[in-house]
Write a new protein. Structure first.
Length: 276
């Protein structure tokens, strides 16, 4: 039996009422509220093709509590939990449209121009790596890109989504990757906002064939990091706690369909004193 192909489409984020500034962070990143639930205290927020389902909570901290996937089965719709308790919505195009029409009042259907393209990757920490991988591989059509001692990298069968499952003490999704159109434009914009942007250190780029508009000095002056190979790479920067308990790695990719371990190590081996 052929397993359905799925792609990461949205994140489910819980927003604590004890952290009211979270909605200011949404606005600073360019998100606008698209609609709100007729059944509970939740809403959809979008920026370009980046989508968040946001639920207000009272007695728990803010952070990712689930994932949403687009399925190639148009009428398919599932709401389930994975082995670590994360809420999953898997829906085809027709099923998702029906769900939104039935459950939400639309507030704003117009999408303003945005540098943000999509959520395309995650770092998912789990205290049971084998069971988690088995669950995702059994239910949907994923391929293993890398199988290391402490992490496994899965990609969707069409190479559009990548999830790095990491062996850890606690279950948490702390990091999401956001595809962007022009990383220099976005980096310049966020310079005027109050974000903790990691300084990855200076890079030597002799082995890279950089695209038009980029040079070694631009990469370093913008505090960007490059990872990959000669002509297949990603240029990125990381914002710690862009939303409470969620780091965002913004990435402009050039024929690069995986996650850069080099960049990730730079971002997460950097001391707090090196945050800009």
């Amino acid at each position: 039996m052929t397993k359905p192909t799925v792609d990461l489409t949205f994140l489910k984020y819980k927003s604590s009422i004890q952290e009211p500034d979270v909605f200011d962070s949404f606005l600073s990143l360019g998100f606008k509220q698209a609609n709100e639930s007729v059944e509970d205290v939740s809403s959809w927020w979008t920026a370009g093709g980046v989508i968040l389902h946001v639920k207000s909570v009272f007695n728990s901290p803010s952070g990712i509590y689930g994932l949403g996937f687009y399925s190639n089965e148009p009428d398919g719709f599932q709401e389930i939990e994975d082995p670590n308790g994360f809420s999953l919505t898997v829906a085809g195009e027709h099923a998702m449209e029906s769900y939104l029409d039935d459950s939400f009042d639309r507030r704003n259907t117009q999408r303003d121009p945005s540098e943000l393209l999509n959520f395309y990757g995650l770092v998912y920490n789990t205290n049971n790596l084998k069971n988690t991988i088995d669950f995702y591989m059994a239910n949907w059509d994923w391929k293993i890109l890398e199988d290391e001692e402490d992490y496994i990298l899965l990609t969707s069968s069409n190479n559009r989504s990548v999830i790095k499952f990491v062996e850890a003490e606690k279950n948490a999704i702390q990091t999401a990757y956001v595809g962007v159109k022009d990383i220099k434009v976005l980096r310049s914009k966020l310079s005027f906002e109050d974000y903790n942007i990691v300084d990855p250190g200076r890079s030597k780029l002799n082995n890279y064939k950089l695209p038009a508009g980029f040079s070694e000095s631009i990469i370093n002056n913008y505090n960007l990091s490059i990872g990959g190979r000669n002509q297949n790479f990603a240029i990125e920067f990381c914002t710690k706690n862009a939303l409470p308990n969620l780091d965002l790695i913004f990435s402009q990719r050039f024929a690069f369909n995986t996650l850069s371990q080099t960049n990730y190590e730079k971002f997460y081996k950097t001391a707090e004193s090196d945050l800009l």
